[in-house]
Write a protein that binds this ligand. Structure first.
Ligand code: MLT
Length: 267
């Protein structure tokens, strides 16, 4: 991992390989390691860049207000620090997708294409936002154990829970080790995130939409509506996977990503 200073805090970024840059943006409350199967495969032909977002993994939370826009600003600053001037393909999962909407809004010229995985365009309902604020308080008071208990069963499809306990345990451990300050800041930031639905029809970068068939957090029907609203985009459904589709079925996920990278369809 490279260490990069951004606005007074230290950021950890995985950066390997040569070729067109791929920027992988992880979900909540995880870190770059959720992309391990993509980093291992695509580093042979692409420059694969996978940061730990502010407050996650080995990146410090710092003292700026955390928002989805701030995460996008951090990504742009990280690309600057790494000397990446070529437009990137941004691959974001769930919260990484919420960050992608903001990156698109502010840094359109830095994007070659987008891959939106298991994410949502809608903002939180008032109830969902209130639950997040409560969860942020609980994490600050008691740590991430209850969050791990609540989230892990929703992150994975039935097949993964039955047949791949090591994958489930690895994700649980990342949540248990997550920094409560970073987790709480991101919960509050997601509760306040803007609705991106009205942006979809104007998206003019090639976009692939990917969802695990058993995703209960960003369900297939919701992802289908996102794909239908984005001009020229395509939806790929990953079998035997829930919300963590790149980790749960890396062969199918990587095949879909590879095909898109070779022939991105223009919206
Ligand atoms: C994620 O995977 O990033 C989370 O499920 C996002 C969320 O809590 O909305």
């Amino acid at each position: 991992m490279k260490k990069i200073p951004i606005r007074g805090s230290e950021f950890a970024v995985f950066d390997e390989g040569d070729g067109p840059p791929l920027l992988f943006v992880h979900g909540f409350p995880l870190d770059h390691a959720m992309w391990r199967d993509q980093l291992a495969e695509f580093a042979a032909e692409y420059r694969v860049i996978a940061p730990d977002l502010r407050g996650f993994g080995s990146s410090e939370v710092g003292d700026v207000a955390v928002t989805m826009e701030q995460f996008a600003d951090d990504l742009a600053a990280a690309l600057d620090a790494l000397g990446v001037t070529e437009p990137v393909t941004l691959i974001g999962l769930s919260m990484g997708g919420y960050v992608a909407w903001q990156f698109l809004r502010k840094y359109r010229r830095r994007l070659r294409a987008m891959v939106l995985c298991d994410t949502r365009a809608a903002a939180d309902s008032p109830d969902a936002a209130e639950n997040r604020l409560k969860s942020a308080e609980a994490v600050l008071a008691e740590g991430t154990e209850a969050l791990a208990r609540a989230m892990v069963p929703k992150l994975f499809g039935k097949q993964t829970i039955r047949a791949r306990p090591a994958v489930v345990d690895a994700v649980r451990n990342v949540i248990l080790q997550a920094n409560p300050q970073g987790v709480a800041a991101a919960q509050r930031a997601m509760a306040a995130r803007p609705d991106a639905t009205s942006m979809l029809g104007a998206i003019d970068v090639p976009t692939l939409v990917v969802v695990g068939e058993d995703d209960v957090i960003s369900p297939l029907e919701e992802m289908r509506r996102i794909a239908e609203a984005i001009p020229g985009s395509r939806l790929v459904v990953i079998p035997d996977a829930g919300h963590m589709s790149p980790l749960e079925n890396p062969a199918a996920f990587n095949a879909a990503l590879r095909e898109f990278l070779q022939r991105p369809f223009k919206g």
